[in-house]
Design a protein around this ligand. Structure first.
Ligand code: GNR
Ligand code: NI
Length: 176
């Protein structure tokens, strides 16, 4: 159980293409546990192994949606593990979400992606799954699969907007 260091831009490790997990054993489950510790500590809704310098195709997600719409309803943990996730297909319909990334701290930009997708993956016991995703979960899993391929959300926006995000990040770092 440990909180790992999250790589931030422009760390070259963020551009690595991760290799598939060959065997799901206790060492992989230990990485998953550390990734959850790291993600909850950083208050993110997703984390790819790439972001903690581990070049294996492992993703954790927890959207931490509130249990009800009632005021004061506290979010319930819903930890999700995706090993070797693959996009099987994506919808023609697109949606725009104001995305952030723990590797580009406190910077946000509107990113257009397919609003739905079908994903194939293995769970922490090595069992296979395939399912349709929509809403924030569809956006998040696409963001995380991008990380496993060395792709960041700023790669999906215009050069002008990307330069703005990186400039604001540089300014925030200087102020800190
Ligand atoms: O915490 C995160 N929030 C988020 C918001 C919109 C779209 C994607 C994300 S994922 C991000 C955590 C992260 O960097 N995962 O790689
Ligand atoms: Ni990210």
């Amino acid at each position: 159980m440990s909180v790992l260091e999250i790589l931030e831009v422009p760390h070259p490790g963020l551009r690595a293409v991760a290799r598939p997990v060959a065997q799901i054993d206790d060492s992989v489950r230990a990485i998953v546990a550390d990734m959850f510790d790291t993600m909850y500590d950083a208050r993110g809704i997703g984390l790819a192994a790439t972001q903690v310098g581990i070049e294996q195709r492992i993703v954790v997600i927890d959207l931490q949606e509130p249990e009800s719409d009632e005021e004061g309803a506290k979010p319930v943990r819903n930890p999700l593990v995706y090993i070797n996730p693959e996009l099987v297909s994506v919808s023609e319909e697109v949606s725009v979400y104001n995305e952030g990334c723990l590797s580009i701290p406190e910077q946000y930009a509107e990113v257009e992606r397919p609003s739905g997708c079908r994903v194939k993956w293995l769970d922490a016991d090595g069992a296979g799954h395939e399912d349709d995703f929509d809403g924030l979960l569809a956006t998040c899993i696409q963001h995380e699969i991008d990380h496993l391929n060395g792709v960041l959300f700023i790669d999906h926006i215009s050069r002008l907007k990307r330069d703005m995000v990186l400039k604001k990040l540089a300014k925030a770092r200087k102020a800190a």
